[in-house]
Design a protein around this ligand. Structure first.
Ligand SMILES: Cc1ncc(COP(=O)(O)O)c(C=O)c1O
Length: 386
């Protein structure tokens, strides 16, 4: 099955089957929400089949194999030896963000985020009636960096910092020095770090450093991760938090039990245990080759045919963050160009906050054929409006 795009229409796929409602037409090419059009690894599908073959799907424990698989993955990929007891299984990273916010902060507390940002970071803060503290990333000559003066001043007002590492949508893989600086400022200001590291397995040129591995951050960080993006199994709703601080872990666990999240999904558990293995890691190596090629293809196509659409360097993920500003359009006009005239469903930059104005996010986790079609449609639309 390899890395061909699979026809997902009619499977209830959010990406493919919800375009009429979201984008006003059924025939747009969907390159938006962050899952891929590729089959999950063979080893994962076999594990799911084995679990399916046992015909009772009752309440299911997160067993020792689940915890051991996560510990193995962290030691192997991130050189971080985590204790069994630090791991709290969960049902999705967004669930964990909300659980952390409600367990460890109070209404009216400040929570810092770095915009442009994955939209649920903003909605989680606002829906839980906390104060959103926006530390806008600084964009200069194709690169995003932290505005440190602003970071320090917002940290003084914050109780929590929602870190996205690697960062969606800019794809920044934070340098160790940047993470150390964030950790020190948070520690000095009593700020809890919630590190969403869901994209940390797909990094291209630099290793990912979990901020919680830093000695100055370990006791103040909740690390959130899942095999969902990496192995294309987001629909199985299985994730976990790593919480070394025992008091915070107890508070988190209590909140989690109150909501009724204590048991697992038997399929999500089986998939994680199969994915976090040497076979899963080998599949990931192959996937990354395909993604690298797709990123290079998009870059060279844009450079040749659409030089006014500039891709920000993709340091991580299967998402490309594209700068449309040189076209001289406002956001509504850019959306009309992309959605209506090019027939493409991309994520509009402003959905990541005002700081995303002028940009669009393109998901390259699909076949070359679909990507080529998408870029050809975009080229025609841009030429048509010139
Ligand atoms: C940064 C980030 N966090 C969390 C999620 C979603 O995680 P989950 O499906 O586990 O809630 C996504 C999905 O796009 C994401 O990009």
């Amino acid at each position: 099955m390899g890395f061909d795009a699979i026809d997902r229409r009619g499977t209830g796929a959010l990406k493919w089957d919800d375009t009429l409602r979201r984008f006003g037409r059924e025939d747009v090419l969907p390159l938006w929400v962050a899952d891929m059009d590729f089959a999950a690894p063979q080893i994962v599908r076999e594990a799911l089949q084995t679990r399916l073959d046992h015909p009772v799907y009752g309440y299911t424990l997160f067993g020792e194999r689940f915890f051991e698989a996560i510990r193995w993955w962290y030691a192997e990929r991130f050189d971080w030896k985590i204790d069994r007891e630090w791991i709290v299984p969960d049902h999705g990273v967004v669930v964990s963000i909300n659980t952390a916010i409600t367990a460890l902060t109070n209404a009216g507390d400040g929570i810092m985020i770095q915009t442009p940002i994955y939209p649920p970071f903003m909605t989680a803060v606002e829906a839980n009636k906390r104060i959103l503290l926006e530390n806008r990333l600084h964009y200069f000559e194709g690169r995003y960096t932290v505005d440190w003066d602003d970071f320090e001043s917002k940290a003084r007002e914050a109780r929590m910092f929602l870190l996205c590492s690697p960062h969606n949508p800019t794809t920044r893989v934070w340098h160790p020095e940047e993470l150390q600086r964030m950790a020190r400022i948070c520690r000095d200001n009593d700020v809890i770090i919630v590190a969403d590291e869901i994209h940390s397995d797909i990094v291209y040129d630099r290793p990912h450093l979990p901020i919680g591995r830093l000695s100055e951050a370990q006791e103040i960080t909740l690390t959130l991760h899942a095999p969902s993006k990496t192995f294309n199994i987001a629909g199985l709703n299985t994730s976990y938090a790593i919480i070394p601080n025992s008091a915070w872990r107890a508070a988190y666990q209590k909140r989690y039990d109150q909501i009724g999240l204590s048991q697992g999904n038997p399929f999500g558990i089986a998939a994680l245990e199969a994915a976090y293995t040497p076979e899963g890691a080998a599949w990931l190596t192959d996937l990354m080759e395909v993604l690298r090629d797709n990123i290079a293809f998009v870059r060279s196509y844009l450079a040749e045919h659409l030089p006014r659409i500039v891709p920000v360097e993709t340091e991580a993920t299967f998402l490309n963050w594209l700068d449309f500003r040189a076209l001289g359009l406002d956001d509504a006009e850019t959306e009309a160009l992309v959605f209506d005239r090019a027939g493409l469903a991309l994520n509009p930059g402003t959905s990541f906050g005002e700081a995303g104005s002028g940009f669009m996010r393109l998901n390259i986790g699909t076949s070359r054929t679909i990507l080529r079609r998408a870029l050809t449609q975009l080229k025609k639309a841009v030429k048509g409006q010139a």
